[in-house]
Every structure is written in C-alpha cells, then in structure tokens.
Design a protein around this ligand. Structure first.
Ligand code: AMP
Length: 215
C-alpha cells in the first residue's frame, strides 16, 4: 500500500506518518527530513537547498523528484510507503505517478489532514524534537512527561527546526496554498482523495486515518 499524506506545514503529517508505520508495515519518506539530512551533511544538494528552505520556499522539483526516485529503489520501500511532504506541486505528483508506473507500483490513497491556517502558527513555532531519536514534542500541546527528558529514549538533547519561526511559517503557508493545494483536486479527480479533520486530538486523527487505510 502506498499513500500520500497531504496538508499544510504543521498539520501533523509527520506525526501521523510515524504512528501508522508499524501497524501497516510501511516506511515514511519525508522529503523535508531527507533535505535536512542533506543540509546537515553539507552535500551539494544540501548546499543548494539550504537557502531556499530557510526562506520558506520550495526546493526545485527536479531535486526532490530525483531524491524520491532513488529512494524508491531501495528494497525496504517495496511493501509500501507513506509519502510525507511529497509531492508538493502538480509537476511532482505527475512525476510520482510516472515513476510508480515504471516501478510497477501504484498510489492507493491520498489523504488530506485538514487544519485551518490560524491554528498552524502556534503549532509550528512551539514544536521541537529529540535530537537522538526524533520523537516530536510541543511547548504547549505535547510536553515530555519529565521536563527536559525525552519520553522515548531518555536523551536530554532537543532540537528545533531552523524554519520553524513565525516569519518563515507565513511563507511556507503561502507556498502551500499556491503550489500544494492544487494537488487536492488532482487526487480527487483520480478518485483516491480522503479528508480527515486534523484539528482533532492526535489519537483521534490516527484512528480516522487507520479507518481509511483498513477499509
Ligand atoms: P517539511 O519538513 O515537509 O515541512 O519541509 C521543509 C522544507 O523542505 C520545505 O519548506 C521546503 O523548502 C523543502 N521541501 C520539503 N519537501 C519538499 C518538496 N516535496 N518539494 C519542494 N520542497 C520541499
């Protein structure tokens, strides 16, 4: 099973993808995570992407399409993939369709996790994650059980994304509405679009997603 999680930055795609992996035997492919790893490693792609990401704009289609194409050739993706943050433009969606056909696979679901803009800025600017295991937290909505200690691995080191600041968030939301929202009618026309209410509590959103994937 292959699915695309759509929705605005801070809408909960990454959090939900992590919760679905095990139950459905899938791997999460987050182009944002891959690009951040490229930036951290100082690779040529990372060097190209950094300024664009810091400005809250989209990295070029060619770069992300090539990253995904290569990643899909690794055997752990064969059982199925959750695309998180990809595709982000109609050109990327068309390229994904073509590459899945080429690789003898198909997209089963596109699910929009819908959250209105006014909730997103607080969600994004308050989030942070464990530097060691990547578990996600929020200053207000999801604090570690013991302040300063990761619930999952006990690490005391946390990180915040460079682009999770109020100014860049507005630019990322603009990019979402202008370039990514057109994917909703794109997948609706293909008859594979579902919508879940992303303003619900995290567990309720997961249950709504599980119901769609189990149907
Ligand atoms: P994310 O972690 O999905 O919020 O992505 C963080 C940043 O990485 C975005 O604001 C873009 O600059 C870049 N990015 C991630 N995925 C894509 C994509 N599919 N297409 C273009 N840029 C992307």
């Amino acid at each position: 099973m292959n699915l695309v999680l759509l929705g605005p930055p801070g809408g909960g795609k990454g959090t939900q993808a992590k919760r679905l992996l095990e139950k459905f035997g899938l791997v999460q492919l987050s182009t944002g995570d891959m690009l951040r790893a490229a930036v951290a490693s100082g690779s040529p792609i990372g060097k190209k992407a950094k300024a664009v990401m810091d400005a809250g704009q989209l990295v070029s289609d060619d770069i992300v399409i090539a990253i995904i194409d290569e990643r899909l050739d690794q055997p752990d993706t064969k059982n199925g993939v959750i695309f998180d943050g990809f595709p982000r433009t109609v050109a990327q969606a068309e390229a994904l369709d073509a590459m899945l056909v080429r690789k003898g696979r198909k997209l089963d679901h596109a699910i929009e996790v819908r959250v209105p803009d006014q909730l997103l800025i607080e969600r994004i600017t308050g989030r942070f994650s464990c530097a060691k295991c990547g578990a996600g937290y929020h200053d207000k909505f999801q604090k570690p059980k013991v302040a300063g200690v990761c619930d999952s691995c006990g690490s005391k080191e946390f990180i915040r994304r460079a682009d999770d600041n109020a100014e860049t968030v507005t630019k990322r939301l603009d990019a979402y509405h202008a370039q990514t929202a057109p994917l909703l009618p794109y997948y609706e026309k293909k008859g594979i679009l579902n919508v879940v209410d992303g303003t619900q509590e995290i567990g309720q959103v997961t249950r709504a997603l599980e119901a769609i994937l189990s149907a």
